[in-house]
Write a protein that binds this ligand. Structure first.
Ligand SMILES: [Zn+2]
Length: 144
C-alpha cells in the first residue's frame, strides 16, 4: 500500500488551497473522498468541514464529527469512501506537525497538508503508516 501516488483533479486541489486561505488565521480542514487501486489513491471529491478546535487555538484542527458520520452513512449506502483528511498549516510547513503525529492513529489514511502564509501556498500528501507519515507523490489532473 505504500507505493503509488495521490491523484486529484485541479478543481478539488484548488478547493483545498482556497479553503486554507479563506480560513486564515485558523487551520482549514476537511475530508478526502475516493478510492485506492494498485497505482495509488484517487480523490473523487472533497468535503470541507468546520474546524471545531477551540477558538483560541489557531494551530489545531478537528473535523466536525457530524460530517464524519454523514460521510460514513453515505459510504454504507453506496457513496464515496473517506480515504483521508486535509488541513492547513498557517505560517507553517507542508509536513505533518508533532501534533499531527501524536493525534493521528488510523493507519492507511491519506493526509494532505497545505502550508500557507500571506504570499505562498504549498500542498503535499502523506500516508499515515504505523511508523509515521510517508510522503506520497501528488498528481494533479488537469482533466476531470
Ligand atoms: Zn497539522
Amino acid at each position: 500500500m505504500t507505493a503509488g501516488a495521490l491523484y486529484i483533479s485541479r478543481t478539488d486541489f484548488s478547493r483545498i488551497e482556497a479553503a486554507a486561505r479563506i480560513n486564515l488565521p485558523r487551520e482549514s480542514c476537511g475530508l478526502l473522498l475516493g478510492g485506492s487501486s494498485d497505482i495509488g489513491w484517487r480523490v473523487t471529491g472533497v468535503e470541507e468541514s468546520r474546524n471545531i478546535a477551540p477558538d483560541d487555538r489557531n494551530d489545531r484542527f478537528e473535523v466536525d464529527p457530524a460530517l464524519l458520520l454523514k460521510i460514513q452513512k453515505a459510504a454504507r449506502a453506496g457513496g464515496a469512501h473517506m480515504i483521508g483528511v486535509y488541513h492547513s498549516h498557517p505560517n507553517g510547513g507542508a509536513e505533518p506537525s508533532r501534533t499531527d503525529v501524536e493525534t493521528s492513529w488510523q493507519t492507511g489514511m491519506i493526509w494532505v497538508i497545505t502550508a500557507i502564509d500571506a504570499k505562498n501556498t504549498a500542498t503535499r500528501a502523506y500516508l499515515r503508516e504505523a511508523e509515521g507519515f510517508a510522503p506520497v507523490p501528488l498528481q494533479i489532473m488537469e482533466m476531470e
